[in-house]
Design a binder for this molecule. Structure first.
Ligand code: F6R
Length: 265
């Protein structure tokens, strides 16, 4: 794992945006994996800035979302589809019709999971997956004790995650769905390159566990240790629990060679 410690959320966003820019300059029709939640917002704003400045175009890219709540229509204000529209699509030149997500309102959810999994494969797989991390170590909505080999499926959200996400539902825990469709850990691991962004002290334990702890389903993000090309970009607060903190790359010392090695196959 390449761990990069940046001074603040904006610097974390720039590290991740550099990866997107590098990839898209090499491969304009790249397939991006996009996360929702607070963590990638600064990254999406930085991508927006670069598109507006003419430094980047996502017009030929395709994107696949990680997850979606069960039971929320795509246009529900708290749906992840709506989030990606508002926070990424309208701010950049990424085309709405090129963004794909699992349909949490599908009548047959198991069939929908299979369809979604196949659609990622049919697009050639994800070139760069953007991830956040839950305070309990989840990636996508793969909660603790998820199979490390899992594929897109229905999952039950933990009380902790529902509590963490209630802010998107006006703070009302009762409005937060209990279930979601999520790419599995195996699906995420199939992405050729991964960048995980995390900021704030609430993520410090999860970052320590997934980077320095044993690989365990109790901290699902720890499976990323088995990925051949993953960058973990964190701010000082999220890096606070790292024992090897002084060893990891600080942005002012960051080199570009590690990040310029792209896995294409
Ligand atoms: C979102 C997702 C989740 C979030 C995680 C962190 O698509 O898959 O894994 O990345 O819950 O959420 P935030 O960034 O809101 O703290």
């Amino acid at each position: 794992m390449e761990v990069i410690i940046a001074e603040d959320a904006q610097a974390v966003a720039r590290v991740a945006a550099d990866l997107v820019s590098d990839l898209v300059s090499r491969k304009p029709d790249a397939v991006l994996g996009v996360a929702t939640g607070s963590s990638p917002i600064a990254l999406y704003r930085e991508l927006s800035r670069r598109v507006e400045a003419g430094e980047l175009s996502l017009a030929r890219c395709t994107a696949f979302m990680l997850d979606e709540y069960v039971g929320l229509a795509a246009n529900h204000p708290a749906s992840y589809r709506r989030f990606i529209e508002d926070e990424l699509v309208v701010l950049t030149d990424l085309a709405s019709e090129r963004v794909h997500g699992p349909d949490g309102a599908a009548p047959d959810l198991a069939a929908e999971c299979l369809r979604y999994e196949r659609s990622i494969g049919a697009a050639g797989g994800v070139d760069l997956q953007i991830l956040g991390i839950g305070t309990d170590g989840h990636i996508g909505f793969n909660e603790p004790a998820s199979s490390l080999a899992s594929r897109t499926r229905i999952k039950t959200l933990t009380r902790q995650t529902r509590h963490d996400n209630s802010r998107f539902f006006g703070g009302d825990l009762d409005l937060v769905p209990h279930h979601c469709l999520t790419q599995g850990i195996g699906t995420i691991m199939a992405a050729r390159n991964i960048v995980l962004v995390a900021t704030g002290a609430a993520k410090a334990e999860a970052i320590h566990r997934i980077v320095e702890g044993p690989v365990t389903a109790m901290w699902p993000g720890s499976e990323l240790q088995h990925h051949p090309h993953v960058t973990i970009a964190v701010d000082e607060a999220a890096a606070d629990g790292l024992e090897l903190r002084d060893y990891f790359v600080q942005t002012d010392r960051a080199n570009s060679w590690g990040r310029s090695v792209w896995l294409d196959e």
